[in-house]
Design a protein around this ligand. Structure first.
Ligand SMILES: C[S@@+](CC[C@H](N)C(=O)[O-])C[C@H]1O[C@@H](n2cnc3c(N)ncnc32)[C@H](O)[C@@H]1O
Length: 197
């Protein structure tokens, strides 16, 4: 289901944080954080992306969107997948030219072939089969050579070695930022056959 609800005024960041907190109170496991990601994490997770279209999974309030636009990605080349309906409505209000899909990241309908994926999902809170279904769905929609960027509050990649082996993926650490609450590490997943060196 795509959201196309128009709104005359963009929401303010404080409103975003309050909405995010309210949604976390209703469903802490799925929202996975009490506050949206900060701008330092947004810059880190998008820093290798230089072309669209870009898929974002678990967009929340769209904290990564300004960083993607700064990287030169056009708003209309963004597809934002967010399962929580109030957050999806907020995204479509804030980013009317992006495609907002209020759906599960493992099952969304879209025919775009993406140049990159950015993942804001709390993968550590999900069962392994769900994580694998999400990764399969994303890589099936990604162009050859495209990368999947995720962040975790731990130091290890939130996609385990067994899953990487089963899906024939490799993980590379992109970097860590201390200027996020909590500090976060970004990893890049790639198809093994495409990893050079
Ligand atoms: C940690 S938050 C990240 C939000 C975003 N990066 C931000 O800072 O605003 C995770 C988001 O993923 C969404 N989510 C959780 N499970 C999902 C699923 N299976 N499919 C799509 N979205 C999901 C939650 O509703 C939440 O908005």
């Amino acid at each position: 289901m795509s959201c196309s609800i128009a709104h005359p005024r963009p929401a303010r960041p404080l409103g975003d944080r309050l909405l995010f907190l309210a949604r976390w109170l209703r469903n802490p496991r799925a929202i996975a954080s009490i506050t949206p990601s900060g701008s330092a994490l947004a810059a880190l997770i998008t820093r290798e992306i230089d072309r669209g279209p870009v898929l974002e999974l678990g967009s929340g309030t769209g904290a990564f969107v300004p960083a993607l636009l700064t990287r030169g990605i056009r708003e209309r080349d963004l597809v934002l997948v967010e399962r929580d309906a109030p957050l999806a409505v907020r995204l479509s209000q804030r980013w009317p030219d992006a495609t907002v899909i209020a759906s599960d990241a493992a099952r969304f309908e879209d025919g775009t072939r993406f140049a990159a994926t950015v993942c804001g999902l709390g993968l550590l809170n999900m069962p392994v089969p769900t994580v694998e279904a999400i990764l399969r769905a994303a890589f099936a929609r990604m162009q050859p050579g495209a990368h999947f960027y995720l962040f975790t509050y731990g130091r290890r990649c939130s996609v385990g070695d067994a899953t990487l082996d089963r899906l024939d993926l490799s993980a590379r650490r992109v970097g860590r930022t201390w200027r996020n609450l909590p500090p976060a590490t970004v990893f890049c997943l790639s198809r093994r056959a495409e990893v050079v060196g």
